[in-house]
Design a protein around this ligand. Structure first.
Ligand code: ADP
Length: 168
């Protein structure tokens, strides 16, 4: 319980993911989380076994552009265990988004694994808003590579870079 006169602790949450690339589905989670948390670190997980479409630097660069007018959002990347990164950044919680039962299944397993690695870690899940349900980086990449339009799913800079990447 926070006593009178005690300085309120700023709550900081880490939103980790592949973000390969970032979509409006991710952006919507960040926008809504800003109503709950003081600061959000959106952080690209460096996965040495998965190469991805964009390099880590390219993903971070696009995310910095997308959140450039949002002072309470920091873009970062990390390698190693998420729970170690959370402790290192002194964050209060991990944020993840959920679209489907498949997401839930995966997130539930990951959450239990994180909890067993660090019993102090708190994990918060936000449900997608209906229109973002089918927004997944992999489906969007498939649509772009087949020549479809994804302007409603991606911030303009991401749409442009993805087009250049997949159509060349
Ligand atoms: P990962 O490979 O770690 O799942 P993603 O970049 O695919 O990374 O997703 C990061 C997080 O954002 C995950 O928790 C995922 O479920 C969530 N997410 C992705 N797309 C959406 C969306 N359209 N609505 C809500 N959550 C989403």
């Amino acid at each position: 319980m926070g006593g009178e006169g005690k300085k309120k602790k700023k709550n900081l949450v880490i939103y980790p993911g592949s973000f390969d690339p970032i979509t409006y589905g991710h952006v919507n989670i960040v926008d809504r989380a800003l109503n709950i948390f003081d600061k959000i670190i959106v952080s690209v997980a460096i996965n040495t076994t998965k190469s991805g479409t964009f390099t880590i630097e390219e993903r971070v660069d696009m995310m910095q552009e997308v959140f450039k007018d949002e002072p309470d959002v920091e873009v970062d990347s990390f390698s190693g265990l998420l729970v170690d990164y959370v402790r290192e950044r002194r964050a209060q919680a991990i944020l993840r988004g959920i679209r489907t039962v498949t997401d839930f299944d995966y997130e539930f397993q990951m959450a239990l694994a994180n909890k067993s690695l660090d019993p102090d870690v708190e994990q918060v899940f936000m449900m997608t808003e209906g229109k973002y349900l089918y927004h997944s980086s992999s489906i969007i990449k498939e649509i772009v590579s087949l020549g479809g339009s994804v302007g409603e799913m991606l911030p303009p800079i991401v749409e442009k870079r993805l087009g250049e990447k997949l159509r060349t």
